[in-house]
Design a protein around this ligand. Structure first.
Ligand code: TXA
Ligand code: MG
Length: 354
C-alpha cells in the first residue's frame, strides 16, 4: 500500500470517472465527492437533467443550484461579468470551498439559476471531482446529495442512504475532508455579501479584497442568523438560498443547542423524566450516566466540522427522544459550524412532509 501522492488518481477511479462522464452526457444523475460534501451531479447545460436533480431531492424547483467548473477559465461561459474582487477571490481560493454568485451569462439554463439573473459557481478542491470536471469539460450542476432539508452527505454510503435509488452511480472519493458546505459570497449586488458561512471566513475574504464583506443575518440587532432568514426570498429581492432556510441540515430527532454550563444537568433532567437522550459534547466531560448516550466531539473547529454531519446521522439513528448539542464557543472559527447547528435545531423533529 503506502498510498499515493495527493491528487493522483488510481486507474480504477479513472475508469469510474469515464463511466460517470458518459452518464452525465446521457442526462443521468451521479453522486460526486467534493472537499465539502457530496454533490448530486448533472450536466448543467442539460435542463432536463437538472430538473431530475430537483425531483430526486424533493427540492422546490425555484431554488438555484451551484455550477462546478474545471477551472476559473470557464467563468466567461457562465458569468456575464466578473467583478475584480470576485476574480481576486477565485484566484486566491479556487480550487476550494468558495462559491461566487455572479450575474449569469446568456445561455445558462433557468433550471440552474432558479429563474434568477445570477449563477453560483465554484471549482472544487477534490482530485476526483476535478478529474471528473476535466474529463467532462463543462459545468456540472450539483447541490448537496441529500433529500431537501436533511443532513448533507459526507461519505458515499450517506449518498446511498439518501438517494441510492435515484442516481445512476456514486463516485466514491472517500470521506469529504472539510465536511460542511462551501462559503457563498454574493457579488451580484452593490457590496459583496456572505450568504452562507463556510471554511473560507469573512476575515479570509477581507484579507484578499481589502474590505470586510457584509454577512447575511449578522443583523445590527444581533439576531441569530437562523431566526432572520426564515423565508426563501425577502422583499429586498435577496436571492433564494436554500442553505439559508431556518430549517435545514436537520435530523428527525428533536435537536437542542445547550450552553456548556447547563448541558450535564439538562441531559440528566431529561433522562430522569424518562426520555432517551443523546448528547454531542465538545468540552463537557461524559458524566458516566448509563441512561445517556454521550458522544464527544473535537474542540478544534475544522475537525468538528469534518465529523459534524456523520455525528448527527449517527445520533439521529439511535432513535432517541432528544439530541442535545453543546453550543460551540462564540469565536469566528466556529461561525460556520454554529450556523449549521442552528439550522439543524430549527428543522429537527419534523417528518419529511413538512
Ligand atoms: O459545498 C457546496 O457548496 C456543496 C458541494 C456539493 O459543492 N454544494 C451545496 O449545494 O451545498 P446546495 O445546493 O446544497 O447549496 C447551494 C446553495 C443553495 O442554498 C442555493 O440556493 C445557493 O447555493 N445558490 C446557488 N445558486 C445561487 C444563486 N444564483 N443565487 C443565490 N444562491 C444560490
Ligand atoms: Mg444543501
Amino acid at each position: 500500500a503506502g498510498g499515493q501522492p495527493r491528487g493522483v488518481i488510481e486507474p480504477a477511479t479513472l475508469v469510474a470517472i469515464q463511466r460517470a462522464t458518459g452518464l452525465l452526457r446521457a442526462g443521468e444523475l451521479v453522486g460526486m465527492p467534493t472537499e465539502t460534501v457530496y454533490g448530486l451531479a448533472a450536466d448543467a447545460l442539460n435542463p432536463e437533467a437538472v430538473r431530475r436533480i430537483f425531483a430526486a431531492k424533493g427540492r422546490p424547483a425555484d431554488h438555484p443550484v451551484i455550477v462546478h467548473l474545471p477551472g476559473a477559465d470557464h467563468l466567461p461561459r457562465w458569468a456575464a461579468s466578473i467583478p475584480r474582487d470576485a476574480l481576486a477571490l477565485a484566484n486566491a481560493f479556487w480550487p476550494g470551498p468558495l462559491t461566487l454568485i455572479l450575474k449569469r451569462a446568456p445561455g445558462v439554463p433557468d433550471e440552474v439559476t432558479g429563474g434568477q439573473d445570477t449563477v453560483g459557481v465554484r471549482v472544487p478542491a477534490h482530485s476526483v471531482a476535478l478529474a471528473l470536471l476535466q474529463v467532462f469539460g463543462s459545468g456540472i450542476a450539483a447541490p448537496s446529495a441529500n433529500r431537501f432539508g436533511r443532513i448533507s452527505p459526507t461519505t458515499a454510503a450517506h449518498v446511498q442512504e439518501e438517494l441510492g435509488g435515484q442516481v445512476a452511480m456514486i463516485l466514491d472519493g472517500g470521506a469529504c475532508p472539510l465536511g460542511i458546505e462551501s462559503t457563498i459570497v454574493d457579488f451580484s449586488r452593490d457590496v459583496p455579501e456572505i450568504l452562507r458561512p463556510g471554511a473560507v471566513t469573512a476575515d479570509d475574504i477581507a484579507r484578499i479584497i481589502g474590505r470586510r464583506p457584509r454577512v447575511r443575518g449578522e443583523a445590527a440587532q444581533g439576531v441569530p442568523s437562523h431566526e432572520v432568514t426564515a423565508s426563501t426570498a425577502d422583499a429586498s429581492g435577496t436571492p433564494r438560498v436554500s442553505g439559508a432556510l431556518a430549517a435545514h441540515y436537520a435530523p428527525r430527532t428533536p435537536l437542542r443547542l445547550i450552553d456548556p454550563a447547563l448541558l450535564a444537568a439538562e441531559a440528566a433532567g431529561l433522562a430522569a423524566a424518562g426520555s432517551r437522550v443523546a448528547v454531542l459534547a465538545i468540552a463537557v466531560d461524559d458524566p458516566g450516566d448509563a441512561r445517556l448516550t454521550w458522544l464527544g466531539a473535537s474542540a478544534q473547529p475544522s475537525e468538528y466540522a469534518h465529523d459534524l454531519y456523520a455525528s448527527l446521522r449517527a445520533l439521529d439513528a439511535l432513535g432517541a427522544d432528544f439530541i442535545l448539542v453543546e453550543t460551540p464557543p462564540p469565536a469566528p472559527a466556529w461561525t460556520a459550524v454554529a450556523d449549521r447547528l442552528g439550522r439543524a435545531a430549527a428543522g429537527s423533529g419534523e417528518d419529511d412532509e413538512t
